[in-house]
Write a protein that binds this ligand. Structure first.
Ligand code: NAP
Length: 280
């Protein structure tokens, strides 16, 4: 069994990105710019935002954080996002999800043009992914594909099972794996016989948001297991996979922490720099 070292791969990618950001600055005279919009004060979102902003600073990306009150009107939030998106010194805009109740995420995200949609959540970018055309892809699924590629794991012809169909992880990942010629099954809370389906997977991805949901009985001997979940239990972090039992059966497995998580941030930085390079 091999542990997939997302932390190391993310560090390697970030070192390359730092050089790319520096090259952009010296060529264009302005730094790559990312605007982050936080609405409300969800504690988990605040941690994610802090990490993203810190990573931007370490990479040489200028970040601008706009914190808006939870009770802001939809139209006001849209105005802020549109204003940021129209600034030529801002190359990427992201709105941290989930939004407070009462705000329409789809309408707000629609205010970000596809060229600056570094999270890959816009209808245009999701449409491109669905058609297998070039576009910006959501950071977590993109990070997972990068991990597979760097470990020489080719999805082509393999049976891939994705547990969880969220718009930000499960669904786009299923499309990416399909585009890479895997045979994909996308499971969710209404799936019948989930254990049997997951047991047939050559590549099994857990993105259900339930601590240690995937146990050894659900995993085929020699499967590649990717754990997207992040949970805090008894003061420690754990994933959607019961690492201890599953790691005895898997050929490759991502740990939590140090697997998918660091890749998500690295892919956000890459999407932002690529957006800047395209706009320039
Ligand atoms: P989400 O929006 O809550 O979606 C969870 C999905 O799992 C849904 O599709 C749901 O099915 C399905 N599900 C829930 N219980 C299930 C069950 N018992 N059997 C089968 N399917 C079940 O979650 P998410 O945003 O995709 O995130 C998933 C996990 O990844 C969370 O722990 C989150 O914190 C973590 N995460 C990590 C990163 C990272 O960078 N590492 C990034 C994003 C998310 P229905 O659609 O039928 O409700």
């Amino acid at each position: 069994m091999k542990i997939i070292d997302g932390k190391q791969i993310a560090a390697d990618i970030r070192a390359d990105l730092k050089a790319r950001a520096a090259a952009f600055l010296s060529k264009k005279g302005i730094p790559v710019g990312l605007a982050v919009v936080q609405i409300g004060d969800d504690p988990a979102s605040e941690v994610y935002i802090r990490n993203k902003i810190k990573a931007c600073g370490e990479t040489g990306i200028r970040s601008v954080l706009r914190i808006l009150p939870a009770d802001i009107l939809q139209e006001e939030a849209e105005y802020v996002v549109e204003t940021l998106a129209s600034d030529p010194a801002i190359h990427g805009v992201l709105v941290q999800l989930p939004l407070p109740n009462g705000l329409n995420a789809s309408r707000l995200l629609a205010c970000i043009p596809a060229s600056k949609d570094v999270d890959g959540f816009s209808a245009e970018n999701i449409g491109a992914l669905a058609k297998g055309e070039p576009g910006t892809v959501a950071c977590t699924p993109l990070g997972i594909m990068e991990l597979l590629q760097r470990y020489g794991i080719r999805p082509s012809g393999k049976r891939a099972v994705v547990l969880g169909r969220s718009n930000i992880v499960g669904k786009p990942l299923a499309m990416l794996l399909n585009n890479a010629d895997a045979t994909v099954t996308l499971c969710h809370s209404k799936t019948n016989g989930l254990r049997e389906i997951s047991r047939r997977a050559d590549i099994l991805v857990a993105a259900v948001g339930r601590p240690r949901f995937v146990t050894a009985e659900m995993v085929k001997e020699g499967a590649v297991v990717i754990d997207v979940g992040i949970h805090r239990a008894d003061g420690k972090l754990c994933g959607d996979v019961d690492f201890e039992s599953v790691s005895k059966k898997a050929s490759y497995i991502t740990p939590v922490p140090g697997g998918v998580g660091p890749m998500t941030v690295a892919m956000l930085l890459r999407n932002t720099i690529e957006a800047a390079e395209r706009q320039a």
